[in-house]
Ligand binder design. Sequence first.
Ligand SMILES: Cc1cc2nc3c(=O)[nH]c(=O)nc-3n(C[C@H](O)[C@H](O)[C@H](O)COP(=O)(O)O)c2cc1C
Length: 308
Amino acid sequence: MAAITNILQTDLNGLKLKNPIMTASGTYGYNDEYDEFINVAELGAVITKAITLNPRQGNKHTRITETKAGMINSIGLENVGAEMFIKEKLPVLKSKNIDFIVNIGGSTMEEYVKVAKIMNDNGVKAVELNVSCPNVKSGCIEFGVDEELLYELVCRVRDEYNGYMAVKLTPNVTSIEKLAQAVQKAGANAVSAINTLKGSSIKVACHNGRIEKTTVTGGYSGIGIKPVAIGAVIRLAETIDIPIIGIGGIETTEDVIEFIAAGADAVQIGTANFTHPDTAQKLINGLSEYITSNGFKDFEELKKELRK
Ligand SMILES: Cc1cc2nc3c(=O)[nH]c(=O)nc-3n(C[C@H](O)[C@H](O)[C@H](O)COP(=O)(O)O)c2cc1C
């Protein structure tokens, strides 16, 4: 593994990673749960479930449903809350030498700022802001869909948090580029793209003429969103200078290569973890093999060639 680690090393504007393969927020728990499948410490980084100031139970049944090409979730930000994360989860991540990024959510700007400050004061080196959360103070409009709101949010977190900050963009907007520009101007170190797409699934059962409907509305993810994500990454790469972490439907080494060719500097694996929890590990090996078998020196050289 040492040789693989060396050729895959990368630096995302100040965040040094042993490789560019990470696991996406909400699909990998707090990351200590996956020990039986892979050596989590070998991943580029793992992103925690969104942490809010107080613990959240999340939504009631039905929170997840499969579709033909992915899944829809409406988990509702279930998480242990900042205090419990610091007390119970953080020591485990640190003791296992896992490189991690804490995903932060909130219902108000003040909540994001407080959680970021808690992370700062407890030595968390990198955070990712999940801005697809409704802002209760402006009619529950998501922070990530309004340029001015997003700019203010990122500036305020930047003031309280000294570490590395990525901002995770939502695709549910007219121009993801404008939001990315606001995020860059506010002092973020990177953007992650994309979060889930808004979607619904209706399953209909008919019992002797009586119709029974099960509707799940939430975030659509998985293989079906890959073209949307690739499109977003291409447009972002044409617009901003800070690194882009590509996310959306990644399952194979070819998917990783395509995201890097589109302009991503690293990637995250989400929904694929539910069916194959060792996907990220396989992609690290696959990327390494792709580099060596095609005669490239390392990941940085491959990246340059893919961008020509
Ligand atoms: C069950 C589930 C929970 C998620 N929870 C979060 C979350 O807490 N914070 C966040 O920023 N994104 C969350 N996401 C979005 C993923 O991190 C990722 O951006 C999205 O699923 C697209 O990637 P994929 O197609 O590889 O799954 C969640 C996704 C799923 C499927």
